[in-house]
Design a protein around this ligand. Sequence first.
Ligand SMILES: [Zn+2]
Length: 430
Amino acid sequence: MTTLRIAGGKVLLPDATVERGDVLVDRDDGDVLAVGDTPEGDERLDAKDCLVMPGLVNAHTHAAMTLLRGYADDKPLDAWLREDIWPVEGALTAEDVRAGTELALAEMIRSGTTGFADMYFHEPEVVAAVEAAGLRARLGHGVVTVGKDDAAAREDFETSLDFAREYDGAADGRVSTFVAPHSLTTVGDEYLREYVPKAREAGVPLHYHANETEDEVAPIVEAEDERPLERARDLGMTAANDFVAHGVHVDETEIELLADSDTSVVHCPASNMKLASGMAPVEAMLDAGVSVGLGTDGAASNNDLDMFDEMRDAAMLGKLAADDASAVDAASVVEMATAGSAAALGFDGGRIEPGANADLAVVDLSAAHLTPHHDLVSHLAYAARGSDVRHTICDGTILMRDREILTLDEGSVRKRAEERAEAAVERATE
Ligand SMILES: [Zn+2]
């Protein structure tokens, strides 16, 4: 066994308290061995004037959408997708997705994100990028059946199932999978009835967009006289490991249904604000015992993958939604972005304690905007930025040391993404 000791700093513990102490990591099996007063390690990573926190987990994104960052803004969801996003996505090749994903991974590592969920296409490219960059991920091929003939719809679902079966457990277990019907309005019921049981047989969870906008909820309520998540439950889509993105327009019945079925919700506050989708009732969901994680959604609707931004947005929007300044407090959003997201994705991490995954972010506290140190949990939620992260560790491996990414050549990743993004837009608009 070789060990790594992250030494000389403070540590954020699972009960949201902070103590001075070190973290000893088993580099071979990737777990935390000891916290506090630990023995020496084979290697030492300096954490002086730093806070060691669980690595952030971005529980809903479309990583390669970094290629579309800043391409189209300031439009409602439906028009934005149809007029701008889908045409360019239709022109993306496997190589483009690889380049966009690598750009996303560089951004994640730089801002202390060690794990994420990705719903996109050409997912084997995402596996390869994750394997090389060293993060942890739950990945799935997104299925859309509306506007497709039967053969094409089936092929899309088969691709999602085949991917989920083949790659679950890849990258030494750092990659797990899900089956991803895009949403309840973009996938036909007949296909859900047929393929959801197949996902169960494959032993993988489902991940889908749910109740993101009013426009998505109203047609289901009108046609079926039931709420979207009731329909999802009837289709067998609310099992304990399933996780839905957004949950903006959920009523009390649906909140209860989510809590009872232990289906997690991934809150994406920045995307919801930017697309004016609405305010998710996060405080009500937390009060009801719903497991809530946090995600950025794609970079085109955010427009970055910085989970520190997301924590602040979640706290601010949560207070506004509840009309209560005490709602969605600092500790709640830190918990959402770490343990909550990790639980939604089935990762054994999101907390620093012996036996948990050694997925860690080391935040430099010496900046002017993080002074003084009355309450470090408050700083993580309200004042820290992704650029304050000094070291990033995943599965016991150092991915970034002193702001230098060790697992990716960041310069060439940025250059390739820039070229590929420009060429894809040219192909889509010519
Ligand atoms: Zn999304």
